[in-house]
Design a protein around this ligand. Structure first.
Ligand code: NAI
Length: 415
């Protein structure tokens, strides 16, 4: 897959679907990209296949499925920005095979999830939702039974990554004691302490909250045995992914009052769009907060996502940097090339680097900088040469003929 890249920026076509935030458009504008088409909705099937033709950069959120068929039709595409956290909607291996870098925004809504989690802990520990529902219906349920302050209580965090550790800081400011369990060693923030085991965390915590990714190792991490190990006065929160909890086991624990309540934002089966029916065993249970996967959905998070993904796409287009790409080897580059810069994505095999270098040696040209990263399957190499400007296009053509080449691009220094 080859493309002309020394295109003027106003001819680099950007298609943004699914109502991507203004912050992304502002960022493209500041970087002198002008050919931007924005659509409010997701596209699918034949409409998407037609729309991607001639597009260099595609921006999507979670509802646009980028399949092998879509990628095959995308004859100019160099990058996809997923303006969200997940990238399951893109066939990542096929994208890499087509030389298309995929970027996302893994950290932009960390704070939003942490804030919601803490707020839900307060609501659950006070039984607020049921009291509020009763009050709306004309009831009056004034009682201090099963109502607790957060101060001095123990928050047990399973998965001490971006969200877990941010939550840890907020919870300590609330006067909580923080225990955490992570399968890799993590530096504690503030006075948080690592639990010796998941069982120890479950036995000691008043609020248990899970913040692990969806992996084969986290499927059903919280099941019947784990709910039985919690204090009967404790509450449970899942704002991570639906599959990390055995939902029937959670529903049973709630029905049998083995735990006091739960807040759940994510489900193994979620409606694909607003208006579609949502069904869960947790519906109708007392002291249970159900939310439609909105843990990270705030105006601030959308704004940051626009900036984060927009910045990665501009960097990749302008400089060749793949930092933050989820499907290509990651190379961090100085912002401006010295002379001409070529990027070369290839199937990794012994000897490819020496063949690239030979393109320069044969011409008596000095390579001024070279960056290489491989992931076992793919290799991504960036080469700079100060002297080579006059022959830059010829070298590009030669790099493209090397066996195993997936994509080669040429980036000129902009003066
Ligand atoms: P992260 O990758 O920064 O942290 C995850 C932590 O879990 C890591 O420290 C990892 O070592 C740990 N972990 C993984 N497997 C484990 C296991 N088997 N046992 C114990 N610890 C384990 O992820 P981040 O950004 O904190 O996100 C956490 C979860 O939140 C993810 O599932 C993500 O999809 C979800 N999320 C949900 C949102 C929502 O709208 N509800 C929004 C954003 C993220």
């Amino acid at each position: 897959m080859n493309d002309r890249i020394s295109l003027p920026k106003d001819r680099i076509r950007i298609l943004l679907l699914e109502g991507i935030a203004d912050s992304a458009v502002d960022l493209f504008g500041q970087a002198d990209y002008a050919a931007i088409q924005r659509e409010k909705k997701a596209l699918e099937g034949a409409a998407l296949v037609e729309a991607v033709k001639g597009v260099h950069i595609l921006g999507i959120r979670s509802r646009t499925e980028v399949t092998e068929q879509v990628l095959a039709a995308a004859d100019r595409l160099i990058a996809i920005g997923c303006f969200c956290i997940g990238t399951n909607q893109v066939d990542l291996a096929a994208a890499a095979h087509h030389g298309v870098a995929v970027f996302n925004a893994p950290f932009s809504n960390t704070r939003s999830v942490a804030e919601l989690t803490l707020a839900e802990a307060v609501m659950l520990m006070r039984g607020i939702v049921d009291k509020s529902v009763a009050a709306h219906a004309g009831g009056w349920d004034k009682s201090a039974a099963n109502s607790w302050e957060m101060r001095g209580k123990t928050l047990g965090i399973i998965g001490y990554g971006n969200i877990g550790s941010q939550l840890s800081v907020l919870a300590e400011a609330f006067g909580m004691r923080v225990l955490y369990y992570d399968h890799t060693g993590k530096l504690p923030h503030g006075n948080a302490t690592p639990a010796a085991s998941l069982d120890q965390l479950l036995a000691q915590s008043d609020v248990v909250t899970i913040h692990v990714p969806e992996t084969p190792g986290t499927m059903g991490l919280m099941g019947a045995r784990q709910f039985a190990a919690m204090k009967p006065s404790a509450v449970f929160i899942n704002n991570a992914r639906g599959t990390v909890v055995d939902v029937p086991a959670l529903a049973k624990a709630l029905r049998e009052k083995r735990i006091l309540g739960a807040a759940v934002d994510v489900f193994p089966e979620e409606p694909k769009r607003n208006g579609e029916a949502f069904v869960s065993e947790l519906q109708g249970l007392p002291n249970v907060i159900l939310t439609p996967h909105i843990g990270g959905s705030t105006a601030e998070a959308q704004d940051r996502i626009g900036q984060e993904v927009g910045r990665k796409l501009v960097d990749y287009s302008d400089t060749g940097a793949t930092m933050g790409s989820v499907n290509l080897p990651q190379v961090q580059l100085p912002p401006r090339p010295t002379g001409a810069r070529w990027t070369h994505l290839h199937r990794d095999a012994p000897g490819i680097l020496s063949q690239m270098n030979a393109c320069f040696a044969r011409r008596g040209l000095n390579i001024t900088a070279q960056y290489l990263q491989t992931d076992g399957d793919l290799g991504y190499c960036v080469i700079e040469s100060v002297e080579a400007r006059a022959e830059a296009e010829a070298i590009l053509e030669e790099l493209r003929t090397l066996p195993g080449t997936i994509r080669a691009r040429l980036i000129y220094e902009r003066s």
